[in-house]
Design a protein around this ligand. Structure first.
Ligand code: FCB
Length: 444
């Protein structure tokens, strides 16, 4: 069995949804939105394929009704989307863009009318340009402005949100963007990486305070997790893999659920940590109502003297890969969620907030036969099913993504959608994976 019939065997209250994010689909040239640091990053040669950006993207700002109808027609019960900070506050702070408020009002009303639970996210990487120019997330002031923006979202929309996440993927916001330099703002140094690893959790904490002050009680954070494998069984490889696992996964689990940072990494990071960081840990570890896990692949880690700071680097494995070059490793999802539950989150409900694959899809006679994507979903859902059966409190699963969209540094080259988008005409064409979900969800 590798169609999605497995969906029929999940508990009836298990949530199936799709996920997107504002910058990747909305098109920020519409509706008076401000720009974000991805617009600035895209202009730097070599940062984004073809210097593409999100100014048009899927023009979801104009086509949101069609997109919500696609979600509802596939019988999903939830939609994970994000608010765009620079759309709501074009200058990051100060005056509110009324068109943005109408847009999210209409979007939420449309979801509710179609019976979809709105799962909002406050920050999915579109940092208003102005903050990028002032040190971005390294600057503690940014976290205060983020709290102000959170308050606006709460006041305007909390009556209709089912749930709210503060930050999408703090590891990507911090390490991938400030140490590895692959995402905006493209910084490549240890000090920036380390400072942001802490400050993004301060931002989460500040936002959570505001969310609580607004009496909203279904808030969490979305962590991207990777299964880390050592390249071989030598002691050095094992130590390197353990350090990488701390930086990618445990840094956030320890801080959020235990109010501390893992030892080995802290020792390495200490020289660059913001002053008095310890004082923030209590707020960072205030209770959350649920935790989101985004999972795509594993990484293989080997010792590497060419990197004197970390002492390791990642290397390629030999499993089949997706169009991103990411190995397909469903076992990793089961392992990582089980560990999160047993060692950290305990009774806190877990949502798989993203999972999916990029594929080289092509249309033939109006049909997109993306059977490898269906197989990917099936194999990962099988692992989610095991978790549910073993009493791990996984309550929902979101496919990434509804639409082909702006895949960050890869521009429009990588297609993750259940629905194909022609970026010349903006025409949407459901792929066979969309129909596989629809069939299974209908039969539920
Ligand atoms: C995740 C991001 C999402 C998308 C997928 C492929 O890291 O949250 O926006 O790019 O990867």
């Amino acid at each position: 069995m590798n169609d999605l019939k497995i969906i029929e065997t999940f508990p009836s209250d298990f949530v199936f949804g799709v996920a997107t994010s504002s910058y990747q689909i909305e098109g920020n040239s519409y509706g008076g939105s401000g720009t974000c640091h991805w617009d600035d990053f895209a202009k730097t040669p070599g940062s984004v394929i073809n210097k593409e950006n999100g100014s048009i993207a899927c023009a979801h700002y104009l086509k949101y009704k069609e997109d919500i109808a696609l979600i509802a027609d596939a019988v999903f019960s939830a939609y994970r989307f994000s608010f765009s900070w620079p759309r709501i506050l074009p200058d990051g702070k100060g005056s509110i863009n009324s068109k943005a408020i109408s847009f999210y009002d209409n979007l939420l009303d449309e979801m509710l009318q179609k019976g979809l639970k709105p799962f909002g996210t406050l920050y999915h990487w579109d940092l208003p340009s102005i903050f990028g120019k002032n040190g971005g997330w390294k600057n503690r002031d940014t976290t205060k402005w983020f709290a102000d923006y959170t308050d606006i979202v709460m006041r305007k929309f909390s009556d209709r949100l089912y749930s709210l996440a503060t930050i999408n993927e703090p590891w990507c916001v911090a390490w991938l963007s400030h140490y590895l330099g692959e995402h905006a703002p493209g910084e490549k140094n240890a000090a920036s990486g380390v400072q942001t690893m802490h400050m993004i959790l301060v931002a989460h904490a500040e936002a959570l305070q505001v969310i609580r002050a607004n009496n909203f009680n279904n808030a969490g954070i979305v962590l991207n997790k990777q299964f880390v494998s050592p390249h071989d069984e030598t002691e050095n490889s094992l130590l390197s893999a353990a350090l990488s696992d701390e930086i990618h996964n445990l840094w956030f689990d320890e801080a959020i659920f235990k109010g501390r940072y893992p030892n080995q990494t802290l020792e390495l990071f200490e020289p660059f940590m913001p002053q008095n960081y310890e004082k923030d840990l209590q707020l960072i570890s205030q209770p959350i109502d649920w935790v989101g896990v985004n999972y795509y692949t594993r990484s293989i880690i080997k010792p590497d003297k060419a990197n004197p700071f970390l002492g390791f680097s990642s290397t390629k494995g030999n499993l089949p890969t997706t169009d991103m070059g990411w190995e397909i490793y469903p076992q990793g999802l089961e392992y990582i969620v089980k560990r999160l539950h047993e060692s950290y989150s305990k009774e806190v409900p877990i949502f798989i907030t993203e999972n999916g694959m990029a594929n080289q899809d092509f249309i033939e006679d109006g049909i997109i036969n993306d059977f490898s994507r269906i197989k990917y979903y099936y194999e990962h859902l099988k692992k989610v099913k095991n978790l549910v059966e073993n009493d791990v409190p996984v309550k929902g699963y979101f496919a990434w993504s509804l639409l082909d969209n702006f895949e960050w540094a890869f521009g429009y080259k990588k297609r993750f959608g259940l629905v194909h988008v022609d970026f010349n005409t903006l025409k949407r064409t459901p792929k066979n994976s969309y129909y596989a979900f629809q069939k299974a969800l209908n039969a539920r």
